[in-house]
Write a protein that binds this ligand. Sequence first.
Ligand code: 6A9
Length: 767
Amino acid sequence: LLAQWGRWRAASRAVSPHPAAPALPPGATGPGAAPRRFWGSYRPHVYFGMKTRSPRSVVTGLMWLQQREGAELRHTCEQSDGLARYGWLLHDGESFGLQDIHDRGLLLRTEFVKRPGGLHGGDWSWRVTARPEGAGSRAALVSLFFYVATDGQGALQPHLEDGTRLAAVTGTSEELGDFRITFLRPTADSGEDVQYSSYHYLDAWSPGLHRLTDVVRSSLSNRFVFAPPDGPRQRFVAVDAFRGLPGAAEAPRSHVLLHQVTLRLPARVEVTFESGSVRERRGALLGPALTAELARHQAAFERRFEETFGLERKGFPAPQRRFAQAALSNMLGGMGYFHGRPLVQSPLHEQPVPYPESSLFTAVPSRSFFPRGFLWDEGFHQLLLARWDPELSREVLAHWLDLMTAEGWIPREQILGDEARAKVPPEFVVQHSETANPPTLFLALQRLLGAAPLPYLRRLFPRLRSWYEWYNGTQAGPLPHTFRWRGRDPDPERFLNPKTLASGLDDYPRASHPSADERHLDLRCWMALAAGVLAEAAERLGEPAEPYRRAQEALSDNALLEQLHWAEELSAFADFGNHSRAVGLRREAVRAAPGRPPPAPRLVREVREAPRPRFVDALGYVSLFPLLLQLLRPDSPRLGAVLAAMRDERRLWTPFGLRSLSRDSPLYMQRNTEHDPPYWRGSVWININYLALRALHGYADQPGPHRERAAQLYGELRRNLIDNLYRQYAESGYLWEHYSDSTGRGQGSHPFTGWSALVVLMMAEDY
Ligand code: 6A9
């Protein structure tokens, strides 16, 4: 019975929240405590939209449709839309933003500005300017759709003019009280002259915010004719009566009111949100007043950007400074507020179990492909944001730590709410409670520690400690002071090298035969960092720091590090495990079912040399970790060899940054299965390159035999990274997930501002 009780208790700990008081006191993100951050562009997965930081926020958004053959309704950021470029050019993370969207002959500029006041986060205004561009023609017909939608609570009332023009929406909700949204009549792009336009509106119910595009798309009809008094007539598409979603059995949850305005380019539309709790208002925030506010915010942004990063002082020309501003702005404009229940699989449950409701305020790696929180990505994002707005960063960190379970675990990927869920294939939704991810929040905390208020640190501390203990307890390696990522792919036969998603370096080669005898070098180095930062936090708080200091010292002991991880035969630091150096993929015929043609052969793994316990021959990012996290002493006899491997073009050096896996490594650029191309097997990744620059800068700063070599590599690597990131952005319109080591071209998903935005810190030389 006792055993049963123990099991039940353990199982419930896997899916219950950590017992410590939350790092964020109740209400901390609400309109009372943080009014300036209540409303925001916190819907990074749509091209333009706003919501508040509350669980079931009323949302607003924009869709558009070019009225010509083959054009499609735009709403959520999709790579398949194939836009030439889009993203925030200016965004202060709080009260102002300016974005340009280039969509085949149409340039949309979306701007917002907030005005504080009242009890519910104040007012805001939008300006959307639509102009022809390139091959696009003046007088082309375009529809803009502005919507307001509830999410399970609140009420909206439409206010119509002439029976078709939705002039305003009034409403009330739990987070906003009373409010009024006004859709102004369109003007020319200069702001003068009311344009001839056609108006339609939609009043519909959706099963949830994740079906909004479907609701609008299914309501479109092409029976309308645009008939200006002095111009040609043209058939066009507009929202008609809503007849329900085909096949939708889900209960209605979201009331949607949508204003469609159809007009010829160029044109401008403004929208105002006014909070009922603002008592005195000095005029509406539109027209010339809005122009003035936007200009004032833009000037303030530019001043603050230069004060923070000093790129003009450093001599960067204007186009590169604008690029850096866009990188930061996209990171800030990519912040989201998510709410929902993660699905967790623990070894003690047969089925995935929903975790209690959680809220997360976080940046995201990619607005199109990964518009949700990722644990180790976030530590890197906050390195940048902590410089721009340390308070914002502290809040994000607290949000992440509040996701911690009673066991001390933080899930790696945060898929919270229906909209987030709709973007993820079902097999990726479940998070496994033994799977870690690098504790990079300690990197960000290291940066924030000095200036962080003590009461804040005190609230964080019990969670930081549990988190650290969770890694020590669950990811321990076979020997003292070694570590091992759990959750490697269990089925080695199917893969050239079974993946290690937990590490964040997914398919980076590890021991060919996963076993309990592995020692993973990167995790060991992360733990050294974690112990050090925890010790520092403890010291600031007057808590016992001794155990953390001791762990940090042991994990930084260079002799022990060499003993456990220096592979003499490779002249490099390495993982250790049950490993074969001769593994390949072989085509294997699959037997045909009776009476059917034989299916295509499939690739299976072939082990040509028996595995045995040894160091893993995969020179690359993992080998660099003792340098990356600056555990290697400047006078280490190994530093010379590590620097040589970095600078060698046949190994890690490229004109675009350091490649993830050495060109002479057996698995360099090898696919893992026929469906799984190489990922961390050669490409240049910016987060690790930032750590490399930071480390080289550190080694160049301390006396030692390799000081000058480090300074030289630092200068070259920095120039290569900045030049290539800028060139890719200028040529392709985007920052990317990773970059080709042979051409420098952006690869993978885009826009992927994520850790690519660290280029701003590289330019600023801020480490
Ligand atoms: C796939 C399918 C449309 C992979 O940037 C986020 C992570 C990194 O943390 C990790 O280091 N990316 C890197 O190796 C993207 C991971 C996406 C996994 C989910 C879902 C796409 O859905």
